[in-house]
Design a protein around this ligand. Structure first.
Ligand SMILES: NC(=O)c1ccc[n+]([C@@H]2O[C@H](COP(=O)([O-])OP(=O)(O)OC[C@H]3O[C@@H](n4cnc5c(N)ncnc54)[C@H](O)[C@@H]3O)[C@@H](O)[C@H]2O)c1
Length: 293
C-alpha cells in the first residue's frame, strides 16, 4: 500500500534545482497559489533565479499581462533554500529539476525517501532518465514518476506524466491533477520509453529533415519553410535545433542511443561535427544558421 496524498492535501511544493527549468516550474506553482520552495546547492544559482523571476514578474505587470497583486502574492509564496534537509520535511509534492546526471538524482531521491513526509509524491522533471532509475532509492517507488515540463515552463502547456512499472494509480492521478492546477495540459505515458512523446515526435521530424538535407534533396532553408508553411509549425526543424542547442540535441541522441541501441537513434554526424566546431546554435552565434550578422 502506498500512502500518497490526494490533490486536496497538497499545499507546499518543493522544486529541487533553480536552473533553466526549476525556477520557472517554481514560479508556475507559486502563481497557481501553492507555497513553493526552490532548493539548490548553489546560493548563486538561487540568487540568479530570484532576480530573473522578479524581473519576469515586473515585465509581465508592465505589459498588463499580470495583475500586480497576483505577481506580489506569487513572489511572496516563493521560498529559497540551499538546505535540502530542512525543506524536504515540509513538502507535499516534490519536483526534482537538478542537473541531468543519474548519480546526482539518485543521491537526491535517496535523501527524499528519508526526509520527505510519508504522503509526499516524488517526481522528476528529467527528459532522459525514467523515474524507475531512482524509484527504488526512495523506499516508496509507488510514489515516484516523471513530471516532464517543457522549456520555457512558464509558457509551455504540455506536461508529460510518465509512470514506471510500479507507480500507483493514485500517484498518476494526483500528478495529472496537479499539472492541471498549474494551468497545464498533462498527457500520460503508460510505460517508460526514451524521449517520451514530444521528443520522439521531434526526433522523427529531425531525422527526416537531416536525411532530406544530407541527400541534397532540399536546402535546410526550404525544409524549414515547408514545416512552417505546409505543416503550420511555428519554426522549422533546423531553426528549432539551433534554438534548443546542438549540444543538447547531441546529448539527447547519445543518451537515447545508449539505452535503445537502435540505428535510427544514433547521434547525427553532421550535428556532432558542428558541436566539435563550437557551433552550438543560437547561443554560440552559429549552428545550422549564422546568427552573427
Ligand atoms: N533545459 C531544458 O530544456 C529541459 C526541458 C525539460 C526537462 N529538462 C530537465 O530538467 C532538469 C534540469 O535541467 P535544466 O536545463 O534546468 O538544468 P540547469 O543546468 O539549468 O540547472 C540545474 C540546476 O541544478 C542544480 N543542482 C545540481 N546538483 C544539485 C543538487 N544535488 N541539489 C540541488 N540542486 C542541484 C544546479 O546548481 C543548477 O542550478 C534535467 O533533468 C533536464 O533533463 C530540461
Amino acid at each position: 500500500m502506498s500512502a500518497e496524498t490526494g490533490i486536496e492535501n497538497i499545499s507546499t511544493i518543493l522544486v529541487i534545482g533553480a536552473g533553466t527549468m526549476g525556477r520557472q516550474i517554481a514560479m508556475t506553482a507559486a502563481l497557481a497559489g501553492f507555497a513553493t520552495i526552490i532548493q539548490d546547492i548553489s546560493a548563486d544559482g538561487l540568487a540568479a533565479a530570484r532576480t530573473e523571476l522578479e524581473g519576469w514578474a515586473a515585465s509581465r505587470v508592465a505589459k498588463g499581462k499580470l495583475e500586480q497583486a497576483t505577481a506580489t502574492a506569487a513572489l511572496e509564496a516563493l521560498g529559497y533554500s540551499t538546505d535540502l534537509d530542512s525543506v524536504a520535511t515540509k513538502a507535499d509534492f516534490i519536483i526534482e529539476a537538478a542537473t541531468e546526471r543519474l548519480d546526482i538524482k539518485t543521491q537526491i531521491f535517496e535523501k527524499l525517501g528519508v526526509l520527505a513526509p510519508a504522503h509526499a509524491i516524488l517526481a522528476t522533471n528529467s527528459s532522459t532518465l525514467g523515474s524507475s532509475k531512482v524509484a527504488e532509492a526512495t523506499g516508496r517507488p509507488a510514489q515516484v514518476c516523471n513530471m516532464h515540463f517543457f522549456n520555457p515552463a512558464l509558457v509551455m502547456k504540455c506536461v508529460e506524466v510518465v509512470r514506471h512499472e510500479t507507480t500507483s494509480d493514485a500517484t498518476v492521478e494526483t500528478t495529472m491533477e496537479l499539472a492541471r492546477r498549474l494551468g497545464k495540459e498533462p498527457v500520460l505515458i503508460n510505460r517508460e520509453v526514451p524521449g517520451f512523446i514530444a521528443n520522439r515526435l521531434m526526433g522523427a521530424i529531425q531525422r527526416e529533415a537531416l536525411f532530406l538535407a544530407e541527400s541534397g534533396i532540399a536546402s535546410i532553408e526550404d525544409i524549414d519553410t515547408t514545416a512552417r508553411t505546409a505543416l503550420g509549425h511555428p519554426m522549422g526543424p533546423f531553426a528549432l535545433m539551433d534554438l534548443v542547442g546542438l549540444d543538447v540535441i547531441d546529448f539527447i541522441a547519445q543518451a537515447t542511443h545508449a539505452e535503445t541501441g537502435a540505428v535510427e537513434d544514433a547521434p547525427n554526424e553532421r550535428i556532432a561535427a558542428l558541436v566539435a566546431e563550437g557551433k552550438l546554435g543560437r547561443k554560440s552565434g552559429a549552428g545550422f544558421y549564422d546568427y552573427k550578422g
